[in-house]
Design a protein around this ligand. Structure first.
Ligand SMILES: *Cc1c(COP(=O)(O)O)cnc(C)c1O
Length: 458
């Protein structure tokens, strides 16, 4: 199977290429030229598998040229052996909501589910065998720690993590800056997550720098991450044994929810995908009005969703614009020249067939946490609470799975504010609170980041 770019269909890449590069030349995103569609009988067969075997079947569709199925299966088993749940995820009924807990990995956020597999793929694909690889990643808080847990002390790989200075939670920062080995570099950028993401994208587009440091990326624009996230849509769908299930997804970069869209393309009969945003509601606006216009980023109690440039939305656009790479390219050049683009009504209608989108304010998020705690004695994190808040507005969609994207401990300050309780540190989080944090603060500039990286790898 080959991969192409959303902005240039004539480009041809292998899974290994796109795995390493993350971003296509010219700034587009990679998509596979074929998406396997399961029929009813095949879906029935998949529905009996345990999580690891199901993950093997689904992921294999996208990397079968490079990884043998048996090897993929042991890679996946190894990846999830550190998870608290044997079945990786856990589906729990809370009132009329089905909560899919995705946060039982080493850094307590759903990002571990993809990142642990990716870490092992770096070794398996032997990408750093002849030449050291430097992974550069931007994080709004959770990608960074998940990437560090996955890549720490891997041979011939260094990892540079850019996070927005003072704009992530204390525990997020604490995990990120204390768990890594000597090959990990934390950089606090004086700017927002969007600034961090832009620096990483710019560096990728600078050919000479990219090849000089043999640069690789694991941001949510990396297709391999999306592929790993498709699995739990299938898994929870099969567990519930119902048809017409909808999913409510706390959304920032449109990665996790896009995995649900791909699951639907693969034949899983999902009803609606519900985009839950916070005040940074660019996705809510584009889905309801057709105007995609990044605003300045506002700080909220759901920092992992404080994003205005939802990169993976470009992957949806490709299908909405009748698979036309030139139309995607022209909207993207509108975005860079006029700082916005507009979709036509028929395009918005097409999106609305699969998606709904709502904005959930901080006040509402707090009251959802409080309500779930009072009624069910269960504590959810603020990101998950936006998903529950969004689901509450769509009571007509009866069978709803809300993706639980982080463990509440990661956002203890907000939980304290919502329910007046201090949370205990979860046992499987290997965190030493007294360890000295390791990070450097640098300015919001491509040059400063480049010099920093070059200084460290020489
Ligand atoms: C990353 C993250 C999100 C947003 O996921 P996207 O794939 O960027 O849409 C939501 N909640 C938490 C806790 C996250 O870490």
């Amino acid at each position: 199977m080959n991969y192409f770019s959303t902005r240039d269909k004539s480009l041809k890449f292998s899974f290994k290429d796109i795995f390493l590069r993350g971003l296509a030349p010219g700034g587009g995103l990679f998509l596979p030229n074929e998406i396997k569609k399961y029929n009813q009988e095949e879906l029935n067969n998949l529905s009996h598998l345990n999580y690891n075997d199901l993950a093997t079947e689904i992921i294999f569709n996208f990397c079968s040229d490079e990884i043998k199925k048996k090897e993929l299966n042991s890679l996946i088993q190894k990846s999830y052996s550190s998870f608290k749940e044997k079945e990786v995820v856990n589906l729990k009924k809370i009132g009329n909501i089905n909560l899919l807990e995705l946060y039982h990995g080493p850094t307590l956020a759903f990002k571990d589910i993809a990142m642990q597999v990716i870490g092992n793929m770096y070794d398996h694909l032997e990408v750093a065998k002849d030449k050291a690889v430097n992974v550069v990643v931007a994080t709004s808080g959770d990608t960074g720690s998940a990437a560090i847990a996955a890549l720490s002390n891997r041979k011939n790989i260094s990892l540079f993590v850019l996070h927005p200075h003072n704009k992530i939670s204390n525990i997020q920062r604490k995990i990120m800056t204390t768990i890594g080995g000597d090959n990990i570099y934390n950089i606090a950028i004086e700017g927002s997550f969007d600034d961090c993401q832009k620096i990483v994208k710019d560096l990728f587009n600078e050919n000479s720098f990219r090849s000089k440091i043999n640069m690789s990326g694991v941001n949510s624009i990396n297709w391999a991450r999306i592929v790993c996230q498709i699995v739990y849509y299938f898994y929870s769908f099969f567990k519930l044994k119902k048809n017409n299930i909808s999913f409510s997804v706390p959304t920032g970069n449109f990665g996790d929810i896009y995995a649900g869209y791909v699951a639907k393309k693969m034949g899983l009969p999902i009803n609606k995908l519900l985009v839950a945003t916070n005040k940074n509601d660019i996705l809510q606006r584009v889905i309801n009005t057709g105007e995609y216009k990044p605003d300045t980023v506002k700080a909220t109690i759901t920092p992992s969703m404080d994003i205005q440039v939802a990169s993976n939305f470009e992957r949806l656009l490709y299908y909405i614009l009748d698979e036309s790479d030139s139309k995607v390219g022209s909207l993207m050049s509108d975005l860079s020249s006029k700082s916005l683009f507009n979709l036509e009504k028929k395009e918005v209608d097409k999106i609305k067939k699969d998606f709904e989108a709502v904005k959930v304010t901080d006040e509402e998020t707090i009251s959802v946490i409080d309500e779930i705690y009072r009624e069910h004695k269960f504590i959810i994190d603020p990101h998950t609470a936006t998903g529950v808040g969004a689901a509450n507005r769509f009571k007509n969609l009866r069978d709803m799975v809300v993706l639980g994207t982080a463990h509440p401990y990661k956002f203890s300050d907000t939980i304290k504010k919502a329910i007046g309780k201090n949370l205990d540190i979860p046992k499987h989080l290997k965190l030493n609170m007294n360890k000295k944090e390791k990070f450097d603060i640098i300015g919001n500039s491509n040059t400063e980041v480049k010099n920093y990286i070059l200084g460290k790898i020489q």
